[in-house]
Design a protein around this ligand. Structure first.
Ligand code: NAI
Length: 211
């Protein structure tokens, strides 16, 4: 099946499969059936078979999946070994937390620069990175050719920054800014993160499911 026909919900589950398989590998589990994997993950066996069949299927009837093979295959499908050069814009509280706590390297990305428009932050360090002023963004993008950006700036600044970054060659955004990037740029790849949505989903569960 061509990759573009795979549903968003299947793609969303891939990192979860990858994480579970990593745990199984750590526990030295060699084989797992779709039923066992389903039990571990709170899914159904047929859902797992359906999801993995989207990519060609990796199990054998009556034998299940070889954990390390499936882990490698799913890693390849996600692209965890790619090193897509990535920049982070906005070195405030959120930007600092993301730059410090997310390991980009084993997720398909390589963080190569952090930028902020606040001149007071220029030269300050986050881990191994010295924060650069956005004045040098154009030259940096020209020489280092980042393809992805993490947006940790306020919504009001995000539209202009997204336009600029796309002009400089950015093709994918990990967008925390609450600005709907797809409105003006339907062609870029965007993963929006709204932690507030997540806790509101929790609120719904607490108020409607438990009561
Ligand atoms: P902050 O105020 O600590 O940091 C924002 C940083 O962006 C500042 O250092 C500022 O100088 C910089 N900045 C502003 N305009 C810029 C521009 N045009 N170019 C480069 N840098 C620029 O704010 P914080 O707490 O880090 O949050 C950042 C944004 O992320 C906020 O708008 C907030 O609403 C949003 N946010 C989103 C979350 C989510 O789940 N999506 C969670 C938390 C915050």
């Amino acid at each position: 099946m061509p990759k573009e026909n795979i549903s968003a919900s299947v793609i969303k589950r891939l990192p979860r499969y990858y994480r579970f398989l990593a745990e199984l590998k750590k526990q030295n589990v060699l084989h797992i059936s779709s039923r066992q994997l389903a039990e571990n993950m709170g899914l159904t066996a047929s859902q797992i078979r359906h999801d993995l069949n989207c990519f060609g299927g990796f199990g054998q009837q009556g034998y299940g999946y070889v954990v390390s093979d499936l882990y490698c295959e799913i890693g390849k499908i996600i692209g965890v070994n790619q090193c897509n050069p990535t920049i982070l814009i906005g070195a405030g509280n959120l930007g600092k937390a993301i730059a410090s706590h997310i390991n980009f390297d084993n997720k398909g990305f390589k963080l190569i620069g952090i930028f902020d428009s606040d001149t007071n932050l220029k030269g300050k360090k986050i881990g191994e990175f010295e924060i650069m002023h956005t004045d040098v963004l154009k030259d940096f993008c020209k020489s280092e050719k980042p393809v992805a950006a993490v947006l940790c700036i306020p919504k009001a600044a995000a539209a202009d920054m997204a336009d600029t970054l796309i002009e400089y060659g950015i093709q994918a955004f990990w967008n925390f800014s609450h600005y709907d990037l797809k409105i003006n740029h339907s062609d870029v790849i965007v993963e929006n993160v709204h932690l507030g949505d997540s806790i509101m989903t929790l609120s719904y569960g607490l108020n409607n499911i438990r009561k």
